[in-house]
Ligand binder design. Sequence first.
Ligand code: ADP
Length: 450
Amino acid sequence: MNHKLLIANRGEIALRIQRACRKLGIPHVQVCSQADQDARYVHEADQSICIGPARARDSYLNIPALVYAARVTGSTMVHPGYGFLSENAGFSAAVADDGLIFVGPPASAILAMGNKVRARQAMIAAGVPCIPGSPGPLPDDIAEIRRIAQQIGYPVIVKASGGGGGRGMRVVQVEAELEEAVALTREEARTAFGNPELYMERYLTTPRHVELQVLCDGHGNGVHLGDRDCSMQRRHQKVIEEAPAPGVLRQLIEQVAARCLDACKSMGYRGAGTFEFLYENDELFFIEMNTRLQVEHPVTEMITGIDIVEAQLRVAMGEPLGLSQSDITFSGHAIECRINAENPVTMLPSPGCVIEWQPPEGEGLRVDTHLYSGYAVSAHYDSLIAKFIAHGPDRSTAIARMENALATTHVTGIDTNIPLQTRLMQDDAFRAGGAGINYLETSMKTEEKE
Ligand code: ADP
């Protein structure tokens, strides 16, 4: 069958997917909102189609407009990228109902992993280690909730089953705070996610964020592509990612990844997926599964040599994975810095017109970006404008290559977080490897006070 792919996303990831299409000889259609109509990556696409006004709700989140765009352009497949509708089971189902292929797992797997209580139960059943917590949704009875919290041990975190994006959770240090925290989180869950269901976990105080990349086909084959550390975060947004996670035992990764692949088999998973964990005291604890491509996928590509987007497209077209675990080898170390258009002091988005843009070049360096001189960074979307990925035989070489990349980038017209990334590359805790998820925010607060 002759396929054609609709790219239902924008920016750097749209360009990344275009690149995979060209490699595979698959014609592609790039969607755009009115705000993105003049972008170079839209013009350079095989074909483009405007799906609505600038507001994401009216364009990149507009399921009928996207399905219609696929239909009128004769597309046979839809790639959702990350963010927007990439983890929306309704979108996956709408695409499939139209007789098209959704480049991602079936709607049933997205739904199962989108509900955190169900996801946790599925992981426990597959033997994937989870944080000690409530066996299922929290009951209404506060006395019963108190009993569960006591059993888990304080501090605990109350979380919404339907939560996402770092919202819908509350840390409870002592029992006196429990009742109010449950009531507030339930209300927030009801209004923000339309689902008041809550659950509870022990709150880990100094964890790292470690995640595992998997790839599965629809024929029962699956492999893992190793781990990443994404602990450098601000407001739950990842700032730096690296692969492999410094100091985490290979044996632990292999052991837990095998259980994750069992879980994938049980849910009929297809495509790329990420199991996210908190890592503390040499143990991994599952927190959630992302049923899509991740922003940070390039670090894994750099150390494995596997093109994850190409693999996504191949398995979506029904090809077997053609890889077994022994084919996957890991070489060296890769670090990704997310370059955002933001004010270096307030860290608020800094949209506007890029006057000059000269991206870095260098050995072991990859730059994923849709930027060019004259590009207008829109206030309507995420502030990510580029990803710098540095690869080297070891971590210190990767850091040195990243420092060079940051120092030789020239951008005017907008503010970026390059000064922050430069500082982090020189930061002792970062250079030592293994800083926790609270490190970046805590160190920035300390700096503000000084
Ligand atoms: P979301 O889907 O909103 O991203 P997650 O369950 O992945 O929610 O949690 C987001 C972040 O909240 C984690 O990366 C971590 O920083 C923090 N967090 C979640 N659960 C815990 C926990 N049990 N202990 C400590 N921190 C947690």
